[in-house]
Design a protein. Structure first.
Length: 334
């Protein structure tokens, strides 16, 4: 990041995004904050990388990176990555916002993960794919446990050689001293009990071209991905995203030759509804005029509905929403 002038805050936020949270507001309950820890002004908290983190990695050189196969087209699951997503495409999008509830998804193998996130995508699904990603994930290989954790990701070459999770490489610039990227989220949703969600917004600053991340219902700036990281997404002016996706992803390594029992979302199918199935609500995109609008024409896709499925709805306080997820291996998913 040498030679890059850092930006303290965006020059502009989406016009109807509401007010920003104040400096004292708790925008994301995280385990590390329960002890009363905080960082001095002008510094940020960083999750320490331990020797055990590196030893768990399949490759030290690619520690903190997604597998190269992660960029397979959504109509192909030969790479073991399975999705249940809502998406919009066919235009130019300058950001996205949604609230997604957090679950302690069970992951059966250290080589697998389960996540719930927003993808902002541009380029083809070849080697020029640009993505910006944020959400929560359970990844025993990356974190050493099964706790759902707040994460970010980026790549400008379809996960080949660039990009990383969180702050594992130069890229994302964190400006918030009260949030640890990669830290466990608490509390989490309980089956048949209280539900907890996080609100994320990603958008392109129309003046500087950087892509900002905002967290929490009131909105706290976490930081930004500099425009210089990207080719398609980095273009000034009208250089937006070709596609925005919302939903879940799980890795299926087919242990013992059968489908993994790794869960997506709550581990329950969408038909079980509120309090039992995982959801995204108030799904929105940012338009050319830097305004949040409903994600009109949201299309739903489940790679393997018998394993992980998705079902949507519209109206009321939730606006555009969907339930998604599933248990993985079951009688419909051998």
């Amino acid at each position: 990041m040498l030679g890059v002038r850092l930006q303290d805050e965006p020059a502009a936020r989406p016009g109807n995004a509401g007010a920003l949270a104040d400096d004292e507001e708790e925008v994301l309950p995280q385990t590390w904050r329960s002890s009363g820890e905080w960082c001095p002004k002008g510094t940020i908290p960083v999750r320490r990388t331990l020797e055990g983190d590196l030893l768990r990695a399949s490759s030290v050189r690619r520690f903190g990176m997604k597998p190269r196969s992660a960029a397979a087209r959504r109509d192909s699951t030969s790479n073991g990555h399975e999705h249940a997503v809502g998406y919009v495409s066919g235009g130019q999008f300058y950001g996205a916002k949604a609230s997604l509830n957090v679950w302690p998804a069970q992951v059966s193998s250290p080589a697998e993960f389960s996540l719930s996130q927003i993808w902002v995508i541009s380029g083809s699904f070849g080697n020029d794919l640009n993505t910006i990603e944020a959400g929560w994930q359970v990844s025993p290989e990356l974190y050493g446990d099964n706790s759902p954790r707040f994460f970010t990701y980026w790549t400008n070459d379809a996960y080949q050689e660039t990009g990383c999770y969180n702050l594992h490489c130069a890229g994302f610039v964190q400006t918030n001293g009260r949030v640890v990227i990669g830290a466990a989220i608490t509390p989490v949703s309980a089956y048949g009990g209280r539900q907890f969600d996080i609100t994320l917004m990603i958008w392109k600053d129309p003046k500087k071209g950087n892509w900002w991340l905002q967290l929490g219902p009131s909105g706290a700036l976490v930081g930004y991905w500099p425009s210089s990281l990207f080719t398609h997404l980095g273009a000034r002016g009208r250089g937006g995203a070709d596609m925005v996706q919302f939903g879940g992803e799980a890795v299926n390594t087919r242990p013992s030759g059968s489908h993994t029992p790794t869960q997506m979302g709550s581990g329950r199918f969408p038909g079980e509804g509120y309090g039992r199935a995982a959801y995204f609500r108030n799904v929105q995109v940012v338009d050319w005029d830097n305004n949040l609008i409903p994600a009109a024409g949201l299309r739903l896709l489940a790679d393997h509905p018998g394993c992980y499925d998705i079902a949507g709805g519209q109206g009321g306080a939730w606006g555009s929403y969907f339930y998604y997820g599933g248990p993985g291996r079951n009688v419909r998913c051998p």
